[in-house]
Write a protein that binds this ligand. Structure first.
Ligand code: BF8
Ligand code: SF4
Length: 656
């Protein structure tokens, strides 16, 4: 019912003041964005929405109705829903892994001394990853170590011998590895898993919903490997993020500058664009600009915010609206989450859309064939296009004067460094102690997208505020983190405004201990990076599990995707469940069409993996359910600790 009411609402489906200003200014102008198209799309097909539409073969589409309880081939609702779930997870896995593969191939070039515009920036991380993966560093130079890491990564993409993924087996706790093996879902290699799952979901193949759901989880774990590889190698090549100060929202646009929006996911491109923009200030001044400003949208925005302090322009849902300000000279895109709609809007302005990757072209856009071996030359080509556009500005510029201060850059390494000021021996104990003492109720990862089915940014902001009020330690990634950036929730003012007493006391203790070391007070929400950096957020859970010597299902750590949209979000949600997290999703995915598959996701998964899904669209209810999931774990943690101490029941406390 609530969902139906939502759909009746008008196009002002946002709580971001900058977005509302642009929507108001463009009403009736003929400029079209996702906010308009969402309305035109109503009502959306209920068969698709609940997952019971199948077009796996071209006898279809088949949809399950009261009259037809099976597809033409005899597939029932549970087969169709489960098969669709596998294919959604596959899309996400392929996207993240493709990103991880690009990072691996670039790292190999660097290790062989090819890609001259890139280098190993973070030797400490190189050594840390080598240690985690069991690679000896003795007597080897950095490039040789990197080459070995890349070989392990590439083997994890291509292995055909059926052995377990080495990367995954090394980066998660042994108890989880065992569980995944027992359930036969530990991937061998990414590409093999993708191929097998495509075959398994072909018409006339697997009809068993449990087998299919398990395959979806295996695919999702392959996604996790791709993400972890992408994050690790990006840190080695571009630096592991450290606390950085910046700002966010459309007010970061400056009419006096050449404004370049960098949009997509791949730091291999955006790092070069940012560097080239710094080098080409003179060229911009020559055409009357004060310089060049880069700013980010979506996850590549997170990558360059975290490492370079580049401001955030906006997040996924409002990407077209940024162009409607008339102040964006070029929007440079690489891969993923790029709405094709940006081109039509750009054509109404002087804005150039520059596509850069062979796998993500848009008709009508400028195309610069980005090449790692000539990266700087290509980046300069892109900047020249933007400078050319600046000269052709032809419309009134109208920039919403909305922006907020941002403190970001919290890689796991950065977080542990902050904790180390309180406990240098065991930094993570600062967090686990605060949970055990009751000061904090647990940790929540706020992740994921925007989805026009919800009011843009509302679920993100309300859920975070509620959790903060209830003393949950909050980390964020992806477009969720960008909501917090835009809304001033990534700075210390937000702590005063929203945090409960326990969270305030915890953060104040850290601020005190880090006086003189940190230039800024700590924020309410800790920005851990892009969506592939959900691997960082899971590394935090692994670190807590190692400290508490418990399997992950006992750790009071939940995840939430308040406005999930993409196939990548489905893959992330599935690996998080199989790796032991309760996962809230604020937009119901196409699963309830099969009560059986729905039941597996919401309940049975918990018995098998310890993690499970929670579907809840209402933000206040969502926060309540996340808190209940955390409280259940905190309570269990205490019982197990007590049992361990009183009865020395190691087995009881270690396994879950
Ligand atoms: O990978 S959060 S809308 S931008 S999919 Fe896309 Fe979703 Fe944003 Fe980043 Ni992640
Ligand atoms: Fe219909 Fe079966 Fe073909 Fe799916 S696979 S479209 S249910 S006939």
């Amino acid at each position: 019912m609530a969902d139906k009411d939502e759909k009746k609402k008008d196009r002002n489906r946002s709580v971001d003041p900058a977005v509302l200003e642009v929507l108001a200014k463009t009403e009736g102008s003929g400029l079209e964005s996702a906010y308009d198209r969402y309305l035109k799309m109503q009502p959306q097909c209920n068969f698709g929405e609940t997952g019971v539409c199948c077009h796996v073969c071209i006898q279809g589409p088949c949809r399950i109705t009261k009259k037809a309880d099976k597809g033409i081939c005899g597939a029932t609702a549970y087969t169709i829903v489960a098969r669709n779930l596998v294919r959604h997870a596959l899309g996400g896995c392929a996207a993240h892994s493709d990103h991880g593969l690009h990072a691996s191939l670039l790292a190999r070039e660097v290790s062989e001394g090819h890609a001259p515009d890139y280098e190993i920036k973070d030797t400490k991380k190189l050594y840390a990853v080598a240690e985690r993966l069991g690679v000896s560093t003795e007597g080897k130079d950095d490039k040789a170590i990197l080459k070995e890491l890349v070989a392990i990564a590439l083997e994890d993409f291509n292995r055909l011998d059926g052995k377990d993924s080495r990367w995954l087996s090394q980066v998660i706790i042994p108890e989880r590895v065992e569980r995944l093996k027992e359930c036969n879902i530990l991937p061998s290699s990414i590409h093999r898993t993708i191929a097998e799952a495509m075959a398994q979901t072909h018409m006339g193949m697997d009809a068993d919903p449990v087998n299919l759901v398990f395959k979806a989880l295996e695919v999702a774990l392959a996604d996790y490997i791709g993400e972890h590889i992408a994050t690790s190698l990006s840190d080695i090549l571009f630096g592991t993020p450290k606390p950085v100060v910046s700002e966010a929202n459309m007010g970061v646009l400056d009419p006096d500058y050449v404004n370049i929006a960098v949009h997509g996911h791949n730091p291999i491109l955006s790092e070069m664009i940012v560097q080239a923009a710094r080098d080409m200030k003179g060229e911009a001044e020559a055409v009357g600009a004060k310089g060049i400003k880069c700013m980010g949208i979506c996850c590549t925005g997170n990558e360059i915010l975290m490492r370079q302090g580049v401001p955030i322009l906006t997040n996924f849902a409002s990407q077209e609206l940024a162009i409607m300000t008339g102040a964006v000279d070029a929007m440079v895109v690489d891969i993923q989450c790029i709405m094709p709609g940006i081109q039509a809007v750009a054509e109404c302005f002087h804005t150039r859309i520059v596509t850069t990757m062979p796998s993500a072209k848009i008709p009508g856009s400028y195309y610069v064939d980005f090449d790692d071996s000539r990266a700087m030359e290509k980046a300069r080509e892109v900047i020249e296009i933007a400078i050319g556009a600046f000269k052709e500005r032809n419309k009134e510029i109208s920039i919403p004067q909305v922006k907020n201060k941002v403190v970001a850059g919290f890689s796991l390494e950065a977080l542990l460094d902050i904790f180390a000021a309180v406990n240098p021996e065991k930094p993570i104990k600062v967090l686990t102690d605060a949970i055990e003492s009751g000061e904090l109720r647990g940790v929540c990862l706020l992740a994921g997208c925007n989805n026009l089915k919800r009011i843009h940014d509302q679920n993100h902001s309300v859920i975070a505020q509620e959790l903060a009020k209830n003393n949950v330690f909050l980390v964020a990634t992806g477009c969720a983190a960008q909501t917090y950036a835009k809304f001033g929730m990534l700075n210390s003012d937000a702590v005063d405004k929203y945090a409960g007493d326990g969270l305030k006391a915890f953060l104040n203790r850290l601020n005190e201990a880090n006086k003189g070391k940190l230039t800024e007070k700590l924020p309410l929400v800790f920005h851990m990076g892009s969506c592939v950096d959900n691997s960082r957020a899971y590394d935090l859970m692994t670190c807590m599990a190692e400290e508490l010597q418990m399997d992950t299902p006992k750790i009071p750590y939940a995840a939430s995707a308040p406005e999930a949209m993409s196939e990548k979000a489905i893959a992330i949600g599935c690996w998080a469940v199989s790796l032991g997290m309760p996962v809230h999703v604020g937009v119901v995915p196409p699963v309830p069409g099969s009560p059986l598959v729905d039941g597996i996701a919401l309940q049975i998964a918990q018995d098998v993996y310890g993690g499970y899904f929670i579907w809840e669209t209402d933000p206040l209810e969502s926060a309540k359910k996340i808190l209940a999931a955390l409280d259940e774990r905190t309570w269990k943690l205490k019982v197990h600790k007590m049992a361990k101490e009183q009865y020395e029941t190691e087995a009881l406390s270690k396994t879950w």
